[in-house]
Design a protein around this ligand. Structure first.
Ligand code: C5P
Length: 240
């Protein structure tokens, strides 16, 4: 078991998601529920996972006006999820509204600001009017989130070292992880589990390399083995 591994349950219904969670009992503590699964099963999937003793990262990536996001964050927190995402691109007022909404709660979840999606590269950014590098954009968005009081970020493995240097105590949650030889699929800015941890990641989010593997338990065990042998900077060990 390694508390730094978060398995992304990107499934269309609860049955396969819970079947995988049950298979990984003892190997994995965290599961990520994203839009596909949440829209299919709602809060029930979060409750089912929590009743099995797992921690839940509810990754709904809120991006709306400040008042709407504050309300969404409160509703998401009421599910018992311990990690929640908002898009940093929603702007300083939205980020502040989200941070204030969780600050008022008795058992606040940790908020994570999503910077630049791991599927975006320079060309994709240019197509939406952003003419600087992914790393520059990630740092700019993380600065905005940090100023709003959010000390957790989602970014790609390529920006972990820069973020860890700038934010020594931040929670850095890193998707776009591909063990050597795994299918890259739609991800663009990727690294192996060991490289992401060595750069300063707090948590690794891994989906298809486990969920699409012929033997998900064996795939998870191989990833855990690689994680155990990674050299990590001391500051990156602060996890929930
Ligand atoms: O299957 P794969 O390992 O690529 O899954 C990565 C997961 O991380 C997906 O659930 C995706 O929504 C999520 N994610 C990401 N990039 C971000 C934030 C979240 O890939 N910036």
């Amino acid at each position: 078991m390694d508390p730094r591994l978060i398995v992304a349950l990107d499934y269309p219904s609860a049955d396969p998601a819970l079947a995988l969670a049950d298979q990984l009992q003892g190997l994995c503590r965290w599961f990520k529920v994203g839009l596909e699964l949440y829209l299919a099963d709602g809060n029930a999937i979060v409750h089912q996972l929590r009743s099995r003793g797992f921690s839940v990262f509810l990754d709904l990536k809120f991006h709306d006006i400040p008042n709407t996001v504050a309300g969404a964050v409160r509703s998401a927190a009421a599910t018992g999820a311990e990690l929640l995402t908002v898009h940093a691109a929603g702007g300083p007022d939205m980020l502040e509204a989200a941070a204030q909404a969780v600050a008022c709660l008795p058992n606040p979840p940790q908020l994570l600001a999503v910077t630049v999606l791991t599927s975006m590269d320079q060309l994709q950014l240019a197509a939406i009017g952003i003419d600087h590098s992914p790393e520059t954009q990630v740092v700019r968005l993380a600065d905005a989130a940090s100023e709003a009081g959010i000390n957790g970020f989602v970014a790609s493995p390529e920006e972990v070292a820069a973020l860890r240097h700038r934010f020594p105590t931040a929670t850095l949650v890193i998707p776009g992880i591909r063990p050597a030889g795994a299918d890259v699929a739609d991800q663009k800015r990727i690294a192996t589990p060991a490289a992401a941890l060595a750069a300063g990641a707090s948590y690794l989010v891994i989906g298809r390399p486990i969920t699409q593997a012929p033997n998900p338990v064996a795939a998870t065990q191989a990833i855990l083995e690689e994680m155990q042998h990674a050299t990590v900077p001391l500051v990156a060990n602060a996890i929930l």
